[in-house]
Design a protein around this ligand. Structure first.
Ligand SMILES: Nc1nc2c(ncn2[C@@H]2O[C@H](COP(=O)(O)OP(=O)(O)OP(=O)(O)O)[C@@H](O)[C@H]2O)c(=O)[nH]1
Ligand SMILES: [Mg+2]
Length: 447
């Protein structure tokens, strides 16, 4: 772990224009930087409207300055937040000024890393911060928030306590091997391990259920040329990302848009219309369509209903990933005389031009993505947690089988010691620097 007695600073808001931009500063020079930058005294937890000035007394911007005194701050150190206008240039100038006053630019995740090192949160909670920022659905966000609140950590700690009790009992038996008037039965220790094992099994299944929350599903739009695929991606994403034209074979490149459909952030993909063609560029486009299908979670197979096109899924079926779900979308219903369309389980009628029926389509997509009902029970776990908890389970099972075979108390104590260190790995109590470095490097800068 790097030394953390220097002062760090970073722009905490995302790249681009925005109403407000935030710069965060943390470390023991924060108070002096506050004074030099604003000319005002830092007052804890008070928002002051100030002029942020350069060393040559030029105003960089006016805005709000906030100060949090150690240890009552996010990182546990003295922290300052500058809220100014969200221009990249302006934020860059302000950051430069802060650096010239003695701070250095923070690495990704360094603020949260300091919060972890200063015991403001355990590793599970620190990871939940990143998961919350990256969450792809409201469910994922809620679940990450629960972990940040310490729900996952508390469950792990409770199980750890039971195993710790078991270990204390076994160690006590080890310390008094031959004392006749001391009851050295290890039965209570075994009970403790059995109880924590059943708790662990349920925690593991909740963690495994929660792994789906970590994914950003891909929805791929396919069909013959001219059926309205590009029109549909434009409608769903809310802007003209793909060229729409009456000429078949318009789209050649794959077009990707991240959009929020109902509760889900999905990657929506528009593809080249599938047909036999001699045009080399269009052929390449169709090949790319097939590649996109191979990673699709949901496929929107679009047909032109005004031409009464028949379903011919064979044109793409062999390229589908095995667990992809296909929704047949009959488009251009605004052109059809008969307006009495009845959606079925697999077929949805829409007009990508007028938007008719699109909300039912979104509902259908969400119902497919919404595979887990018991969201309260899910834990937004990472593979790292699941692996470590499986390790704990292994050691507890070993302890029980050793006890059954009347193996020595040392053997039981050792299994319990290893189980405990597995728990500590999850919460970060004894996690190696490599793992910590990896966890924090995945954060965005400024967090
Ligand atoms: N009336 C009507 N026209 C539509 C609708 N959807 C698409 N169109 C028209 O159909 C034509 C083809 O639309 P595109 O979205 O470019 O079709 P595409 O499937 O992307 O075609 P390729 O890129 O060539 O494969 C355009 O003239 C659109 O304006 C619809 O729902 N109603
Ligand atoms: Mg197109």
């Amino acid at each position: 772990m790097p030394e953390n007695n220097d002062t760090i600073a970073a722009i905490a808001t995302p790249l681009g224009r925005g109403g407000i931009g935030v710069i965060r500063v943390s470390g023991n020079k924060t108070k002096d930087i506050y004074k030099a930058l604003t000319g005002a005294l830092a007052k804890p937890r008070l928002a002051q409207y100030v002029s942020f000035k350069s060393s040559s007394q030029q105003t960089i911007d006016k805005g709000l300055a906030l100060y949090f005194k150690s240890p009552a701050s996010y990182t546990g150190e003295d922290v300052m937040e500058c809220q100014v206008h969200g221009s990249r240039i302006l934020l860059g100038m302000l950051l430069e000024e802060i650096i010239s006053l003695g701070a250095r630019v923070a690495r990704p995740g360094e603020f949260t890393e300091r919060a972890f090192l200063n015991d403001k949160m355990d590793l599970l909670q620190a990871e939940a911060v990143a998961d919350l920022i990256d969450s792809n659905s409201k469910k994922a966000a809620r679940s990450a928030m629960q972990s940040l609140d310490g729900v996952f950590s508390d469950d792990v700690k409770q199980l750890r306590d039971q195993v710790f009790n078991a270990r204390t009992l076994v160690e006590a038996a080890l310390d008094f091997p031959d004392e006749e008037d001391v009851d050295i039965s290890i039965e209570p220790a075994i009970n403790n391990v059995e109880v924590s094992l059943s708790g662990l099994n349920s925690l593991l299944s909740r963690a495994e259920a929660g792994r789906v929350l970590d994914q950003n599903p891909t929805v791929v739009i396919v069909g013959s040329p001219n059926v309205g695929k590009s029109c549909l991606i434009n409608y769903l994403s809310g802007f003209d990302s793909a060229i729409v034209s009456a000429m078949p074979g318009t789209t050649r490149d794959i077009i990707r848009e991240k959009v929020l459909l109902g509760d889900f952030a999905v990657t929506l993909v528009d593809t080249a219309g599938i047909r036999e063609t001699r045009d080399l560029i269009e052929k390449e486009g169709v090949d790319r369509t097939y590649k996109a299908l191979a990673v699709a979670d949901v496929v929107l197979y679009v047909l032109d209903n005004s031409l009464e096109q028949e379903i011919e899924s064979v044109i793409f079926a062999e390229h589908l990933s095995s667990d992809a779900k296909v929704i047949t979308v009959k488009n251009k219903i605004d052109l059809c005389k008969d307006s009495n369309f009845k959606n079925t389980e697999d077929v949805i009628y829409i007009s990508a031009k007028t938007g008719a029926g699109v909300s039912e389509l979104i509902e259908k997509i969400c119902s497919i993505l919404d595979i887990t009902e018991n969201e309260e029970d899910m834990i937004f776990a990472r593979q790292r947690h699941i692996d470590a908890l499986h390790g704990v389970k292994e050691h507890l099972l070993q302890m029980l089988s050793a006890a059954k075979q009347d193996a020595g108390l040392e053997v039981l104590a050792e299994s319990l010691r290893l189980a405990l260190s597995g728990f500590d790995e999850v919460t970060g109590k004894t996690t190696s620097d490599d793992v910590l470095g990896h966890v924090f490097s995945q954060f965005c800068i400024g967090k």
